[in-house]
Design a protein around this ligand. Structure first.
Ligand code: CA
Length: 369
């Protein structure tokens, strides 16, 4: 609370300083005074139910912080999936200007452009830290904004789940053969990879997963991680909890803004909205990591069996993933351009993180104190 108050005071302080500066320098170009900024009300469509305080919380953070930093002049109201438009129709609504902005995941829209997958997460791609490095300092955000400009949309990363879990299984799976014919709920590119390994892929919305798994309509499912999965009750429907979620190593959620609405914003509001998305991006990841740490303990105490994917399955999945990327690159020039740049970044940052982050984490997690 203190920090929020400090930031609010800073914003007001900066505004006052600007106003004072304008008084003292009457002969120079007038600075924009705080009270000249317009009162605006925007609507934000999201892909999430409000019950998911983690993911919906990302949308909430952006809206709340924009209001706080503009002293209530710029208000954005977030709406749950289905309130204004369906959860998978956010991009369309933003593009058409039905709403000024949205909070969603780009990989829901890979049917419109397959390269949009990179803005969320792709199998065997980047973790949250690497994803942020790619976006903010590795050319990633620039590349994605170029693609979104075709939709009259500008996008900003605004949340990350961290590396997800590998899903709930009723039976143990040790080899690729065990996957054959298994009915699993898994969307997106991860589903395409699983299909190549023989899985009978199902796509179900979050609200239907528990019953399908409990009643045996599916044999396995993935969702997000310990905290969200526990909320859906998945631990009561299956015992084996696999890791890691190699298809979503650092899933990024994003704010999409209609470009015409964006261009009409005062520069100050553009800066504030951009800053709020960066805060949400950091806040969601740290919230997930803290909540998942506690939820994992509860799940294991309650009888959940944590189980790693076998090396055989991981290797087969990684091979299939890159086959799919190469095939997409051959078919689609935009995908090829983003993929090649992304792949070079990926190779280099894993080399760097092998030396620092991973070697250190491996030592700490395997050593006795
Ligand atoms: Ca997932």
């Amino acid at each position: 609370m203190k920090r929020r108050q400090f930031l609010s005071n800073t914003a007001i302080g900066a505004a006052s300083a600007t106003a004072l500066g304008a008084c003292n320098q009457a002969n120079t170009a007038p600075a924009i005074q705080a009270n000249s900024l317009p009162n605006l009300k925007w609507r934000m469509a999201t892909s999430w139910p409000k019950s998911l305080d983690t993911i919906f919380g990302g949308a909430d953070t952006v809206c709340r912080r924009v209001s706080e930093m503009t002293n209530g002049r710029f208000r954005i109201t977030p709406y749950a999936a289905g309130e204004l438009v369906g959860g998978l129709e956010v991009l369309d609504a933003v593009q058409q200007g039905t709403v000024q902005c949205g909070h969603t995941a780009s990989y829901y829209y890979i049917g419109k452009n397959p390269a949009l997958a990179f803005s969320t997460s792709v199998p065997f791609g980047l973790n949250a830290q690497q994803q942020n490095s790619w976006f903010y300092h590795g050319g990633g955000l620039e590349a994605m904004q170029k693609i979104y400009s075709d939709f009259n949309v500008i996008n900003f990363p605004a949340g990350n789940t961290g590396t997800q879990m590998g899903g709930w299984f009723k039976q143990q799976i040790n080899s690729v053969t065990d996957l054959n014919g298994l009915k699993m709920r898994i969307p997106g590119l991860g589903g395409q990879v699983m299909a190549r390994l023989g899985v009978n892929v199902q796509v179900l919305p979050g609200g239907e997963i528990f019953l399908a798994l409990e009643r045996g309509a599916i044999d396995a499912t993935e969702w997000v991680g310990p905290y969200d999965d526990e909320k859906l009750g998945l631990n009561k429907a299956a015992q084996f909890y696999y890791y890691p979620g190699w298809w979503e190593p650092g899933a990024t959620l994003e704010v999409q803004v209609n470009k015409s609405a964006w261009d009409e914003l005062p520069k100050e509001y553009q800066e504030i909205l951009t800053t709020a998305t960066m805060e949400a991006n950091l806040n969601m990841l740290s919230q997930y990591d803290s909540l998942n740490r506690e939820a994992l303990q509860r799940l294991v105490k309650g009888g959940t069996k944590l189980t790693p994917y076998s090396r055989e399955i991981m290797q087969a999945a990684q091979k299939a993933s890159f086959e799919i990327y190469e095939e997409n690159a051959e078919k689609d020039a935009t995908f090829k351009q983003v993929y090649q740049q992304w792949k070079e970044f990926r190779d280099q940052i894993y080399q760097w993180h092998q030396v620092n982050e991973l070697s250190f984490a491996n030592f700490v997690s395997s050593s006795e104190q």
